[in-house]
Design a protein around this ligand. Structure first.
Ligand code: GDP
Length: 166
């Protein structure tokens, strides 16, 4: 079918938080056991129907190259719930996005690796939810490993982008 919209979405966050795996999960519903950490820039696409329109989501795994933020309608800032530092760096990622992406870019915060056992968790969900609310970001925890919430997190972001552009 014909594509009505192409939505560019960038996935950013510290190294090894699971950006590549989240993207792979959403684009292909796969979890790659031997993924190398993100080196370059790549994108994957998935075409879906939103409100009877064919939307091609073009999702970029950027490793933070600023020039790739240009034209992004949506952004997903990812941290790892088992590594506090990756959450502490979230404000920096949000600032980068606000500096280099368009003003209307919809930003979602995702705490990945929610499958981790409780004793390994370093970021409480309610703390992240509070931060996201203050910043006006969508928030969810997810697991690229189990697939939990991955679809939901991307769809919520794409729905909001759709609301902004349509
Ligand atoms: P990136 O550098 O942010 O792209 O991170 P990767 O997607 O390469 O993932 C980094 C490491 O975390 C890899 O060893 C993955 O197998 C692992 N990983 C990614 N997502 C999850 C998850 O949801 N749960 C768990 N337990 N491990 C994950």
């Amino acid at each position: 079918g014909e594509i009505d919209y192409v939505f560019k979405v960038v996935v950013v966050g510290d190294s090894a938080v699971g950006k590549t795996q989240l993207l792979g999960r959403f684009a292909k519903d796969e979890f790659f056991l031997d993924s190398k950490s993100t080196i370059g820039v790549e994108f994957q696409t998935r075409t879906l129907t939103l409100h009877r329109k064919q939307v091609k989501a073009q999702i970029w795994d950027t490793a933070g190259q600023e020039s790739y933020y240009r034209g992004a309608l949506g952004a997903m800032v990812v941290y790892d719930v088992t590594r506090r530092a990756t959450f502490d760096h979230v404000p920096r990622w949000v600032e980068e996005l606000r500096a280099h992406a368009d003003g209307s870019t919809v930003v979602a915060l995702v705490g990945n690796k929610a499958d981790a056992p409780a004793h390994r968790r370093e970021v409480p969900a309610d703390e992240a939810a509070r931060f996201a609310e203050e910043q006006g970001l969508f928030f969810s925890e997810a697991s690229a490993l189990t697939g939990d919430n991955v679809e939901r997190a991307f769809l919520a972001l794409l729905e909001e982008v759709f609301a902004v552009v349509s």
